[in-house]
Design a protein around this ligand. Structure first.
Ligand SMILES: [Zn+2]
Length: 225
C-alpha cells in the first residue's frame, strides 16, 4: 500500500470507531437567528491559561467582569447561542437550563451577561432579548491530527510544543480528524482553534429546537485562510 492509501484507511478506521464530531460555526447560513455579540466598554480581560509544558499562552485573553455586551441580530429571532470575538460564547437562558439538566459536559462559566444594546441587521422585530449567560468551552486533552486533517503550513510548525500544539502558521486544512476521542461533548482540542462538538451535542440541539447552533461534519470542515 502507498503511504497515502494507508493514511486514508487509517482516517476511515478512526472515523468509524470514534463518535461523530462537528465544527460549531459562528454563522448560520440560513440567517434565521444568527446572533453575534461584542463586549461593551469597559471591556476587561484576564490572562488565558498557560501551557504546563512550555509556559506559552494556550488561549485568547478571557473576558472579565463586568460582562456587558451589545448584540447584533441578522434574522428575525434571537439565537440560543451568540458568538463574539473571544473564547466566550453566550447561551440563552433556555439553552442554559436545558444544558444543566442534560448531563452533557464541556462548558464552564454560566455567568449572567447584561445586554446593553441590540442592533438589528435583519428583520426589525421588537421582542426584547432573552437573558444571556457567558460560557467558555473547556480545553480537551484530545488533539487535532494535523497530518490526517491535511493541514498545510506557511511556515514549518516545528519546533512546536507537543503538549499545547501552539505555534506555526497554518494555511488551512482539508478536514478535521482528531488523534483521540474527546471526553467532552463540546470543547476546544489541542492544536485547533475552533469549537468542536459531538453527536450527543448535535442531538441535544436538534431535539430541543435550539437556534443558531450551526454544525458542519468534521469530514467536510475544510478551511483555507
Ligand atoms: Zn506548550
Amino acid at each position: 500500500m502507498k503511504a497515502s492509501e494507508t493514511r486514508t484507511w487509517e482516517i476511515e478506521r478512526r472515523t468509524r470507531e470514534m463518535k461523530r464530531i462537528y465544527l460549531l460555526e459562528s454563522t448560520d447560513p440560513s440567517y434565521e437567528a444568527t446572533t453575534d455579540f461584542i463586549q461593551a466598554e469597559p471591556h476587561n480581560v484576564s490572562d488565558g491559561p498557560n501551557c504546563p509544558a512550555c509556559g506559552g499562552p494556550t488561549g485568547a485573553f478571557r473576558w472579565a467582569p463586568p460582562l456587558r455586551a451589545e448584540l447584533e441580530t441578522w434574522g428575525n429571532r434571537y439565537g440560543d447561542m451568540a458568538f463574539g470575538p473571544s473564547e466566550s460564547m453566550l447561551l440563552s437562558e433556555r439553552f442554559k437550563e436545558l444544558w444543566l439538566k442534560s448531563g452533557l459536559m464541556g462548558l464552564e462559566g454560566f455567568e449572567p451577561v447584561e445586554i446593553v444594546k441590540v442592533v438589528r441587521r435583519g428583520k426589525r422585530f421588537k421582542d426584547p432579548p432573552p437573558a444571556y449567560f457567558r460560557v467558555v468551552p473547556q480545553r480537551s486533552q484530545a488533539a487535532f491530527d494535523s497530518v490526517a486533517s491535511g493541514e498545510q503550513w506557511e511556515e514549518p510548525p516545528s519546533p512546536r510544543c507537543e503538549v499545547c500544539r501552539e505555534g506555526g502558521n497554518s494555511k488551512g486544512w482539508e478536514r478535521i480528524v482528531l488523534e483521540e476521542e474527546p471526553r467532552e461533548n463540546i470543547c476546544r482540542v489541542r492544536g485547533f482553534g475552533g469549537v468542536l462538538v459531538d453527536e450527543h451535542f448535535k442531538r441535544f440541539v436538534e431535539e430541543n429546537g435550539l437556534l443558531n447552533c450551526p454544525l458542519v461534519p468534521a469530514e467536510e470542515a475544510a478551511h483555507w485562510f
